[in-house]
Design a protein around this ligand. Structure first.
Ligand SMILES: C[S@@+](CC[C@H](N)C(=O)[O-])C[C@H]1O[C@@H](n2cnc3c(N)ncnc32)[C@H](O)[C@@H]1O
Length: 249
């Protein structure tokens, strides 16, 4: 099957894209757990060098033994063309499975609509981006920053406060605008950029309002409330590291 699928393919199977939360396997939704137990096939990402991904380890206990497991690997450090080739291939495979009448699962960490590679597949699969077709269901998940707010006790936003969610891959001017213009800020994808981000927070006198958490809700979870004194060892951060800032807390 070529091209994007339209809403008319009602006799086809169904694709369930499920957010599986921040890490703890009991932080997935009841709906996702039910769907996971009923799938014909599940697509799960592999980690580096073919190791089991975090998303796979979260869902393993919910899968039916009869569900076929298909692993794929999204390139993280390749150039754009190589990444796009993988997105094209995975999107095409998912479409073919759905067209063959299968109940297909695809999982993402946290929520699928927030900084997720899934959205590049979605763009390739649907013809009308403002409407979800009947062959697709997206199941929301608990985002990493919701989990971090809950675990640390720092509110995300209150009353008339504003909240910005920003990736540290954004240009420095974008980060600075978010820090100046909002009361509460979530900084995602911190890891290797920590020292640069800390310098920016220091410049804006925000270190005292910031908290960083790595591997939230996992056994390896770490939380730093004093970012000024992080040792170089501690700065070798997990990919799963996020900073929360609340200027009123
Ligand atoms: C590609 S984004 C995925 C975001 C995800 N869709 C969500 O809803 O949270 C990856 C970033 O999410 C954050 N992240 C994901 N899981 C995390 C966790 N368990 N603890 C801390 N940060 C996490 C980190 O900032 C990481 O660099």
């Amino acid at each position: 099957m070529d091209g994007k699928m339209n809403a008319g393919k009602l006799n086809a199977g169904k694709l369930y894209v499920m957010g599986v939360g921040p890490g703890a396997s009991d932080l997935i939704t009841v709906r996702a757990a039910r769907i996971l137990s009923e799938l014909d096939v599940i697509y799960t990402p592999t980690g580096k060098k073919g190791t089991q991904s975090l998303a796979h380890s979260i869902i393993a206990e919910y899968l039916s033994p009869t569900t076929e497991i298909c692993a794929y690997h999204f390139l993280m450090k390749a150039d754009r063309a190589a990444k796009e080739a993988v997105w094209d291939e995975v999107a095409q495979t998912l479409k073919e499975d759905v067209a063959n009448g299968r109940k297909v699962g695809f999982v993402t960490l946290g929520d699928p609509m927030l900084f997720s590679t899934w959205v590049f597949l979605l763009e390739r699969m649907v013809s009308e981006q403002i409407k979800i077709p009947p062959w697709l269901e997206i199941v929301p998940g608990i985002t990493s920053f919701s989990a971090i707010a809950a675990v640390s006790g720092i509110p995300l936003a209150m009353e008339s406060q504003t909240l910005a969610v920003v990736s540290c891959t954004a240009p420095e001017t974008v980060l600075e605008q978010a820090l100046v213009n909002h009361d509460c800020i979530v900084l995602m994808k911190v890891y290797s950029r920590f020292t640069r981000i800390r310098d920016i927070l220091r410049r804006h006198n925000l270190l005292k309002h910031a908290l960083m958490m790595a591997d939230a809700t996992l056994p390896t979870e770490q939380c730093w409330r004093d970012l000024d004194t992080l040792s170089p060892d501690e700065q070798a951060l997990s990919y799963f590291s996020t900073i929360l800032i609340n200027k009123n807390w």
